[in-house]
Write a protein that binds this ligand. Structure first.
Ligand code: AP5
Length: 213
């Protein structure tokens, strides 16, 4: 099954993609995580991507598209995959459709819908583990010990791009460049809307139900 996750920054795409990846045993491919991994490793790609990410802008398509195409061509993607954070522009969606033309495109685009007010609250409360990648929220999904990752014991941090002014910029980029993809996949008959304001287990249950399993 080839799934893409659509939704505003902070809508819960990553949280749901991880759960779906476990359920369906297919890889979770997050372009944001790939870029953050490159930043941490100090690569040239990471250096270039950081400039855009810290400003709340999109990383240019020429740095993004080939990276994803290479990744989905790897052997662990034969059974399918979950793309989280890609495509994010109409050009990226068209490039993906071209690449998948022989296979009949993606199976489903899961649109996790959350209003902007809730997004700002979620992002300002998000804390992530820089060591193992686990994600928390100071109120909704707190760590058991304050500030310490439940999974690996490292100190959790706030993402650089979760500062209030950057969040507003990311939201405006989302509405302008990514939201139109909802109609692109709707016209293809492959889009499902999910109420992302529910508790995360209920969001997951709704997605699984709409995927027909
Ligand atoms: P990326 O890492 O993809 O960020 P994003 O899309 O902005 O999404 P987030 O990771 O912020 O949020 P999410 O929807 O995954 O929510 P999460 O599950 O964490 O991209 C970062 C940057 O990289 C971009 O700005 C861009 O610069 C660049 N980039 C990436 N892909 C690109 C591309 N294709 N092209 C160009 N540039 C690209 O949840 C958020 C919070 O809410 C967490 O604290 C979580 O615990 C909590 N939460 C989750 N679900 C619930 C729930 N149901 N109820 C209450 N709280 C919840």
């Amino acid at each position: 099954m080839k799934i893409i996750m659509l939704g505003a920054p902070g809508a819960g795409k990553g949280t749901q993609a991880k759960m779906l990846s476990e359920k369906y045993d297919i890889p979770h491919i997050s372009t944001g995580d790939i870029f953050r991994g490159n930043i941490k490793a100090g690569t040239e790609l990471g250096r270039k991507a950081k400039e855009y990410m810290d400003a709340g802008a999109l990383v240019p398509d020429e740095l993004t598209v080939d990276l994803v195409m290479d990744r989905i061509g790897q052997s662990d993607c034969e059974k399918g995959y979950i793309l989280d954070g890609f495509p994010r522009t109409m050009n990226q969606a068209q490039k993906l459709s071209e690449a998948l033309a022989a296979a009949g495109d993606i199976d489903v685009a899961v649109n996790v819908d959350v209003p902007d007010e809730a997004i700002v609250e979620r992002m300002s409360g998000r804390r992530v583990c820089p060591s193992c990648g686990a994600s928390y929220h100071v109120v909704n999904i707190p760590t058991k010990k304050p500030g310490i990752c439940d999974r690996c014991g490292a100190s959790v941090i706030q993402r650089e791009d979760d500062r209030a002014e950057t969040v507003l910029k990311r939201l405006s980029v989302y509405h302008e460049q990514t939201q139109p993809l909802i109609d692109y996949y709707k016209e293809m008959g492959r889009e499902v809307d999910i109420d992302g304001t529910q508790p995360m287990e209920s969001v997951f249950a709704e997605i699984v139900r709409k995927l027909g399993d």
